[in-house]
Design a binder for this molecule. Sequence first.
Ligand code: DGY
Length: 318
Amino acid sequence: MVSSAALPVDIRPELGEGANLVAPERGRWQRAELVSALRGADALIAILRDRIDDELLAAAPNLKVVANVAVGYDNVDVEAASGRGIFVTNTPDVLTDATADLTFALLLAAARRLGEGERLVRSGTWGGWEPGQLLGQDVSGKTLGLIGLGRIGAAVAVRARGFGMRVLYTARSDAPRARELEASRVPLSELVSDADFVSLHCPLTPATRHIVDAAALRAMKPTAIVVNTARGPCVDEAALAEALARGEIAGAGLDVFEDEPAVHPALLASDRAVLAPHVGSATTTTRRRMAEMAARAVREALAGRVPSTAVNSEKVRV
Ligand code: DGY
């Protein structure tokens, strides 16, 4: 079995005795190295930077499982894997709270202009308290619009209730936890125009690519703040940069980008954008749990069972 990247914990105990794990010592393998490591491999532990397409799968004829160390799996061609009888697994639940926490951290940082404040203090040019300095947006009692109310969206809604926020959400169907969370389902057009904060919690699919586009940004309040901890391409990054530059919205808190690790230059230049390097799930405990969960999926698949975290269990025969 192969891991495409060095993991932050030793997963051998989870893989079981005698597991022959081949992994880079540090960092991750480039594609050509991964292709060559995969020859003869029966399992792949992948990270979201790996593009797992049919060409790569074809190079690994013995592969039984691709265990993605992420809840999102838009980097994997699931249809191609299913066609080859390969399970694809992800790491749900274990990262929900960490990601929801980071969402709120970005929301608060953008609302209260903490990035600008930190840069000011570090610059050594701060002249002391002033009544009109770095005035931001209130969070308590405001309206939060969630694009997606799945596990992470719901965990963000739980936090929002602690801030006395009104919660709107948009989704294809009623979310099971909506009533308990007192979240109201509205069309996207209503959500973007009513919300003070718009936060994305949807997977990246053809339907959600650029779900926040120029038109959605234009419909937002000039005081609105966009938070994205889902996937970069869910937001039209160029349109967002332009909306910020023109003052059409007040700020953004971004953990993900359209073409990571590249970031639109206008976002890098924007004082009103708080930027993080895709660290939604980056806590020691969460990353350990994610790695262990991926290892468990490998173990299940290699034992001839359907992995409990398979996303294509209906399409693969054991
Ligand atoms: C995921 O799990 O999909 C995140 O983007 C990385 O933790």
